[in-house]
Write a new protein. Structure first.
Length: 520
């Protein structure tokens, strides 16, 4: 990062058909960024627009007022640059120029109107950077107020982008009378489904030709529907996912309610109650047409894509080619906490050596998923130093647990947080673990992996990276030998291993011996 970019604050505005979203970040000297604030307000820019393609005076005024407030807020936080885009409602409006002029003059906010495919690209960047996809082929669906974006791609690249003129506000406007507060009849929803099927003919053929391994739904509509389904079927829903069967039942129930009752439905955002059935009908029809029984739900979207696009354009997005979303997320958190990156990387390398060699000698039978979590937890085990060295393991636990790490599910975050917590001082006991999130299997993983992380930390006790390798071997009479290869005397590390012997025996049920080999 150049000197002029050090500590630079940038604001990002996503002016959608339903809501305006603001993201303000500080770009740090070490290549990480810090979120300063995130804001969202529903303005309904597209309300009443889609019959005659005119933004109403009331909707325009609401939007200008909120954008002025957001622009002022961003600059209060020190933003020296604003990146702002408008999507479907502005894109389709015949009075688009009036809106853009007012935003520039009254809100001091220049706004660019993006095409449907550019909107899809930005959504892809925002969502894929926060979901663990790996080598899988993924279908992304973002149901907005005025349009729905469909993307095919993987973790880093997309292969297909499309933007369809079907959205929660657009469909509500086209198929329901203005101000409708009653139930939504079955024949009305049938007309909505027919409209969706007609809009996706070309896209459906493309999607079905591809071998899709997973599907992700983003946007407020998807997030709110998932929350409603989770409340309706608490024992059947996996966190962060929505099933087609559950969605159909929820929509049937909501459609049979007048608006006043719909607003009280558990989990619903009352501000979305008037458009949620139309948005849900789009989602239901797409899942039917694409043969999807379940979708992952992501809260990320275009606003996040604006940030990722900015970082990529300024060569600030990660420091290593091909970095996974998980590693990028871990490094972002660590660097935001000014962690000792060289020590963190060395401990993670030693942890993996211990994991692999420990599996060969029968210390555990864990797999690749657990190995990966150990690596990431080792990277983050000391970030609590950011607050205080005293009890830094507890601070590390709290930070990891609450940092909203991208690409990880709730259980994985809980495991990594507990590994950081128990990398020093007392050993993990089952009653200390997060039993609301971790089942017995998850608790056992924490017990075993924390034993390996404690040793790895001891093997770089001096933070000088003296130990080149550390491997378990079978010892005499049922013991386990830890063979340590080092370039010079590492007395502090040997003391550390010696002090870990009792905890190792309690964890793995075997005595630990160590052998130090000096290499030239």
């Amino acid at each position: 990062m150049t000197g002029s970019e050090e500590k630079k604050v940038v604001g990002f505005v996503d002016l959608g058909t339903n809501s305006v979203r603001l993201l303000v970040v500080r770009l740090n000297e070490n290549g990480s960024y810090t979120v300063v604030t995130q804001e969202k307000e529903m303005v309904r820019l597209g309300e009443g627009e889609f019959r005659d393609r005119l933004i109403t005076p009331e909707a325009m005024q609401r939007t200008v007022t909120v954008c002025r407030k957001f622009a002022d807020l961003a600059r209060t936080y020190g933003a020296v640059e604003m990146v702002s885009v408008a999507t479907s409602a502005a894109r389709d409006a015949r009075n688009q120029r009036e809106l853009l002029d007012r935003l520039e003059k009254e809100a001091t906010l220049p706004v660019s109107v993006v095409s449907g495919k550019e909107e899809a690209r930005l959504i892809f960047l925002g969502v894929s950077s926060g979901v663990h996809i790996g080598a899988r082929k993924c279908l992304f669906i973002d149901i907005g107020g005025g349009s729905t974006e469909i993307i095919l791609g993987g973790q880093e690249e997309y292969s297909y982008l499309d933007s369809l003129d079907i959205g929660a506000i657009r469909m509500t406007t086209l198929f329901l009378p203005e101000g409708h507060k009653g139930i939504i009849k079955a024949e009305v929803r049938d007309k909505m489904r027919k409209q969706v099927r007609s809009a996706i003919i070309r896209t459906r053929q493309k999607v079905l030709e591809e071998k899709v391994d997973m599907a992700v739904a983003s946007s407020g509509t998807a997030v709110n529907l998932a929350e409603i389904a989770a409340r309706a079927f608490p024992k059947e829903v996996r966190p962060g996912r929505i099933k087609l069967g559950h969605l159909k039942k929820v929509l049937e129930k909501m459609s049979a309610m007048p608006l006043s009752e719909r607003k009280k439905m558990p989990g619903i955002n009352p501000e979305r109650a008037d458009i949620i059935v139309a948005g849900g009908t789009i989602m239901e029809t797409l899942m039917d047409q694409f043969s999807l029984q379940e979708m992952v739900v992501s809260e990320r979207g275009l606003r996040d894509g604006l940030l990722i696009d900015y970082l990529m354009r300024h060569d600030l997005y990660g420091t290593e080619g091909g970095m996974s979303v998980r590693m990028r997320s871990v490094l972002q958190l660590g660097r935001s906490c000014s962690f000792d990156e060289e020590h963190a990387r060395h401990v993670s390398e030693l942890s993996v050596m211990l994991f692999d060699s420990g599996k060969k000698v029968g210390l555990h039978h864990l797999g690749d998923a657990e190995r990966e979590l150990l690596l990431y937890a080792a990277m983050l085990h000391d970030i609590g130093d950011f607050i205080s060295f005293n009890d830094h393991h507890l601070h590390s636990h709290y930070i990891i647990r609450n940092a909203e790490l991208l690409g990880f599910d709730q259980k994985e975050v809980a495991i990594m947080a507990d590994l950081a917590r128990f990398h020093r001082k007392k050993l993990p006991r089952r009653r200390d673990l997060e039993m609301d999130v971790l089942d017995e299997e998850g608790q056992e993983v924490v017990v075993l992996l924390s034993g390996l992380l404690r040793l790895a930390e001891s093997l770089d006790r001096s933070h000088r990276r003296l130990v080149r390798s550390a491997l378990f071997q079978k010892g005499k009479k049922g013991t386990v030998l830890l063979r340590i290869e080092t370039e010079e005397e590492c007395q502090m590390e040997c003391w550390g291993v010696e002090s870990d012997k009792k905890s190792f025996e309690r964890t793995f049920g075997k005595e630990l011996e160590q052998e130090v080999v000096l290499s030239s």
